[in-house]
Write a protein that binds this ligand. Structure first.
Ligand code: HEC
Length: 243
């Protein structure tokens, strides 16, 4: 047992050391699926004091840019979530999404070509051209399971610069066309501001995944927003919803 523990310790130290010295793209084995998880260091726009601005990574982040689109616009309950899996299609995790994606070949990727051509159904919120272009770019870059954490500049929190994109990417499929899931419509500046002003704590509890609320009320449903996006939203609210 002791031997085993020290062996495990040595192994994990190696892993930690190995991870700690990576500065670019790091491939680790996911323990949930056999698909490679690629951890990307934060694309950054902040200027280090006294230095030149760090280059902004061009990598499309699967977890923050692509997955939320598939979850929000295709994977709501009753459609392509794990529970409903209409037509056996599930779009709420990397492994299932890859069933319809061919890396570097958007035109042969069914889950790309169908967007705007039948899916989402006409009565539902539609992805924007920007959303679709981002998915294409992700496929062109190899459709990797890129996981990014610190993807935003928290000094930027106006509606136009940050909040509109966060909401349309992560909430738009369900709350982006009227009446919206649970009758909550967040599809434009005025509507989002009005709803959040009247329901500030419900809203903040939902995006912060507070443990006291039912799991079904945590938003977005599939996975919590990355912290820096929550910070941007909170600042936007605190500073009086700058446009
Ligand atoms: C896949 C669909 C879907 C997505 C994506 C989604 N929502 Fe929701 N949202 C729902 C549904 C369904 C409910 C009603 C849940 C319930 O009452 O159990 C809801 C309820 C809510 C509520 C009310 C929670 C409460 O306690 O009553 C808020 C606030 C909310 N959503 C905000 C958001 C925000 C903000 C986002 C994006 C960051 C988002 N939602 C993304 C489907 C979605």
């Amino acid at each position: 047992m002791r031997k085993f523990l020290s062996y495990t310790f040595v192994l994990s130290s190696i892993c930690i050391l190995y991870n700690a010295c990576q500065h670019d793209i790091l491939t680790v084995n996911s323990n949930v699926s056999l698909d490679p998880v690629v951890v990307v260091n934060p694309p950054t726009t902040t200027t280090p004091t006294g230095g030149t601005p760090a280059p902004v990574s061009d990598t499309v982040c699967f977890n923050t840019d692509v997955l939320p689109l598939y979850v929000s616009y295709c994977g709501s309950a009753g459609c392509h979530d794990a529970g409903s899996h209409r037509e056996s299609v599930i779009t709420t995790d990397y492994g299932h999404i890859m069933n319809g994606i061919k890396a570097k070949n958007a035109n042969s990727s069914k889950y790309y070509t169908i967007i705007g051509n039948g899916m989402p159904p006409r009565s539902s919120s539609q992805m924007t051209a920007t959303h679709i272009a981002l998915i294409k770019k992700w496929i062109d870059q190899g459709a990797l399971n890129t996981q990014c954490t610190n993807v935003c500049d928290t000094n930027s929190f106006t509606y136009a610069n940050a909040i509109q994109t966060i909401i349309s990417t992560n909430c738009g499929g369900c709350h982006g066309s009227k009446p919206g899931s649970a009758n909550i419509y967040l599809g434009d500046y005025a509507s989002a501001k009005t709803y959040i002003t009247a329901n500030t704590s419900t809203f903040l509890n939902a995006i912060n995944y507070v443990s006291s609320i039912a799991v079904s009320k945590r938003m977005p449903p599939s996975a919590k927003l990355v912290d820096c996006k929550i910070t941007q939203i909170q600042k936007w609210i605190q500073k009086g919803y700058p446009q």
